[in-house]
Design a protein. Sequence first.
Length: 343
Amino acid sequence: MKKVRVLVVDDSFVIRNILKQSLEQDSDIEVAGLACDAFEARDMIIKLRPDVMTLDIEMPRMNGIDFLKKLMPQYPMPVIVVSSLDDRVFDALEAGAVDFIHKPGGLTRTQLIEHMKYELNEKVKVAANVKITGRKRREPAAVISDGVTGRAEKEIIAIGASTGGTEALYDIISKFNTDIPGVVAVQHMPPGFTGMYAERMNNQCQVSVKEARDGDRVKQGQVLIAPGDKHMRLVKTDDGYHVVCKFGEKVSGHCPSVNVLFNSVAEVAKDKAVGVILTGMGSDGAAGLMEMHRRGAVTIGQDEVSSIVYGMPKAAYEIGAVTYQVGLSQMAGKIYSVINNKR
């Protein structure tokens, strides 16, 4: 099998070599080159033609986000952003990066190599198979004008996403009106980033978006995003639906896990729920969506053409868990249509 050739771009000599060491521990990956800034990286891209690039955000002369905006139209390629806890990572994803990995502080060199090794290497190999050509830049969303009438407090929309999901979720949620039933969502993301992501969405959307806290009530016109290091479950009490957010072991390879959320929604909301599974690698959420389907929920999966990584939606579709399969641009409208038809 052909090795994935990676260009590592970071202004820190130490980080460049840590990333190199991490990547080289995988026999399917080859480090094609190391660059200290955007200008050196541009020359190496032309010369080496790498399959994937890892990119730092904070660099001298030109930051990673500006580099992405200039690079993608000329040399479309999969990019994995390597970032400290910085909300500009979402600007990078909006500019065309496929995914990101957290670069934590306070770790020894050996600890950092171990931290990077598994997640980075896996994301690089997934990114190598992503189709970059034809990806559309984010456009201002038109809010769905057809409203939802009555009983919204008795219904739940549950969404799960991974690679490519930050932009996919934005596309959907930015089209929601404040009449949308309560939304609970899992986006695979490290702790710290989920709070920044929720705040960013809250500032850009008509509905309220927040990182969920244990005990939060699920309300009409609000989206709750699972915290990056806790499983989120739906529970029902006398005064409506609430979420429980607790630390736990990884389920289906993740914490938070889409399967954990979907299984809880299936149990307590049954046919009052709509389940949505979006772009992402792996199969997290497929079994949970199947359980929702069995309990009477309407389920929707993102189609292959609009998915950055057709992994999670494909796994769900292949086991018969998906009622409707639609493109991302039609997803918000389909959710409204399903809710209104359920009535």
